[in-house]
Design a protein around this ligand. Structure first.
Ligand code: 13P
Length: 256
């Protein structure tokens, strides 16, 4: 019913030329790793899209931007609009990553506007939500995560836009730390997210993919991806390594 999505998030790594060299190796190796039951995507800096697009399409790998402007155009120095990402080859865009919420003071209102901007550009938003450790310790993880979700859903009025959403549950304390949520915790939160989606859009909740992100790696991917409401992964560090990403692709295919 839901096609699992294995998506890398390269963050601020590699130059455009290094990206092309990496992808050339990845594409050659991917041919020996069946992935017909899943989707594979790579979130890269916008500068890398033009070089990767001609390679990624034939390899059946989708490309994602890592952020976009909430504006479509205008006097916004340094911003990159959704239409620019789409024209450069992206079909997805990561929105509201915790690193942007923390480093760039991205509020729920900004994230809501960015999700809407992504849909105006025809991009599929990968909406990142997740609690920090203090919120989990205080027993507020679910409330925080669902508030972030509901705020973003306010930016999506049309059913078609909501159906196109991908949600990534990324507990902030698990990102880049080597600590991973247990499979049970990932499933419990993903089920809560789907429950909130069902309240908001009863007909669509079962179509929305919910990814887990936070130190996903070959050693834990299979268990996380086996959970009923975990429909894929958003992978940071491990997605920089061809063999590690391929092992997670294998885990996704096996779980699908
Ligand atoms: P790591 O896999 O490096 O923990 O990063 C996860 C992440 O932030 C993906 O968006």
């Amino acid at each position: 019913m839901r096609t699992p999505l294995i998506a890398g998030n390269w963050k601020l790594h590699k130059t455009p030329r290094e990206a092309v060299a990496w992808f050339t190796d990845f594409r050659a190796a991917l041919a020996d790793h069946p992935h017909d039951r899943i989707e594979v995507a790579l979130g890269v800096p916008a500068t890398h899209l033009p070089g990767l697009a001609p390679l990624a399409g034939p390899a059946g790998v989708a490309l994602a931007g890592q952020d976009l402007s909430r504006h479509d155009d205008g006097a916004h120095t340094g911003e990159i609009a959704g239409a620019m990402l789409a024209d450069a080859g992206a079909t997805y865009v990561i929105v509201g990553h915790s690193e942007r919420r923390a480093d760039h003071a991205e509020t729920d209102a900004v994230v809501r506007d960015k999700v809407a901007a992504a849909r105006r550009a025809g991009l599929t938003p990968i909406l990142c939500i997740g609690e920090v450790e203090a919120e989990r310790d205080a027993g507020r993880a679910e409330a925080v995560v669902l508030d972030q979700l509901r705020a973003a859903l306010d930016g999506l009025e049309a059913d078609a836009d909501c159906a196109a959403l991908v949600v990534a549950y990324e507990p902030v304390w698990a990102i880049g730390t080597g600590r991973t949520a247990t499979a049970d915790d990932a499933q419990t939160m993903s089920a809560a997210i789907r429950g909130a989606l069902r309240e908001a859009r009863p007909a669509l909740a079962d179509d929305v993919r919910i990814l887990y992100g936070g130190s996903m790696k070959p050693a834990n991917a299979a268990e996380l991806l086996a959970q009923a409401d975990v429909d894929g992964g958003l992978i940071g560090g491990a997605s920089l390594d061809v063999d590690a990403l391929l092992a997670i692709v294998d885990a996704g295919q096996a779980a699908a």
